[in-house]
Design a protein around this ligand. Structure first.
Ligand SMILES: Nc1ncnc2c1ncn2[C@@H]1O[C@H](COP(=O)(O)OP(=O)(O)OP(=O)(O)O)[C@@H](O)[C@H]1O
Ligand SMILES: [Mg+2]
Length: 288
């Protein structure tokens, strides 16, 4: 049971970025959401459940180094990472349970201490990922614009481009929705964002649109604006920066049209998430 949601009234909005497909853009999305929300005045905790790759943790560690080296005052979230028990050494059978307990404590702590908790999850099924999903107010699932990625959400009939049935991942999300409802009466708003969209391949894009429309009613997801295929979404990793930080660093006039479009994509994505209003902050404008 979630003690805090039931008894304090004030609880963070939890955004879980999840998809059992590896490399779909979860960590990239988690980082951009985290920075965008900080810039809007929310207090943000990030939790990296993908302790093996630790992409989000490393991205944020790079940011901390940048801040230190450059004497910068750009914002940092409170970053947390799951530290795995002795499971990997094969010596302690209770470790998975301890890991789940650790994650539960981080989530419950985030609920009372922050406005927003952003959770990055691994690209594979697991107990920790499922647990994290059960805490989501918003589940953001990035998918690449390909039927290979779509198959992780639902099985598609190729003859008439229709959704035949849910995938394992969709079933897992439904299970977590039930667990969430039983725990605190809350619900999960599941949004699917298309990632790495390119202006090429208009035929594939149209087919994806048809199937996604069907999907949105069949498995209960909202399709929201996504990110384009842009170098800027990956090239700032080592500096720990995002496109949202660049305006401050170089001034808006120095941003290229592609950079401005990238910023707008992130802004539109954040606007599509139904967030509580931060004190004194407008939801549909950027403050960064
Ligand atoms: N919109 C984008 N434009 C360009 N490159 C992108 C975009 N989104 C993600 N990438 C790149 O794609 C790769 C995979 O992205 P990312 O690590 O965010 O995916 P992931 O879903 O977290 O992967 P994993 O399942 O392995 O954790 C990275 O090299 C990242 O920089
Ligand atoms: Mg990742």
């Amino acid at each position: 049971m979630s003690f805090f949601k039931k008894n304090t009234g004030k609880a963070a909005h939890v955004i879980v970025v999840g998809n059992e497909k590896g490399g779909s853009g979860k960590s990239t999305t988690a980082m951009h959401l985290t920075i965008g929300l900080l810039q809007r005045g929310y207090s943000v905790a990030s939790i990296d459940v993908d302790y093996r790759q630790g992409t989000l943790s490393r991205y944020l560690a790079n940011r901390r180094s940048f801040i230190k080296a450059a004497g910068s005052d750009i914002k940092m979230p409170d970053p947390y990472t799951i530290s795995p028990g002795a499971r990997d050494s094969g010596q302690d059978q209770s470790a998975p349970k301890a890991d789940a307990e650790q994650l539960r404590l981080l989530l419950e702590g985030g609920l009372i201490n922050h406005d927003i908790v952003v959770v990055d999850t691994p690209g594979s099924a697991g107990v920790l990922s499922a647990l994290a999903h059960s805490y989501a107010d918003t589940l953001v699932t990035p998918i690449n614009d390909s039927f290979v990625d779509l198959d992780v959400l639902a099985h598609i009939d190729a003859r008439n481009m229709a959704v035949m049935g849910p995938s394992h991942y969709s079933e897992m999300v439904w299970t977590q929705k039930k667990i969430r409802a039983e725990r605190d009466g809350g619900s999960i708003d599941w949004v699917v964002m298309r990632n790495r969209l390119s202006s090429l391949d208009a035929h594939n894009k149209r087919q994806m649109e048809t199937v996604l429309r069907d999907l949105s009613t069949r498995i209960g997801v909202r399709i929201v604006p996504g990110l384009g295929e842009r170098v800027i979404f990956r090239e700032l990793f080592l500096a720990g920066l995002t496109i949202l930080d660049l305006k401050d660093a170089v001034g808006p006039q120095a941003l290229s049209p592609s950079h401005l479009a990238a910023r707008e994509e992130v802004t539109d994505l954040i606007n599509a998430i139904r967030l509580p209003k931060a004190p004194g902050v407008s939801l549909d404008t950027e403050t960064g």
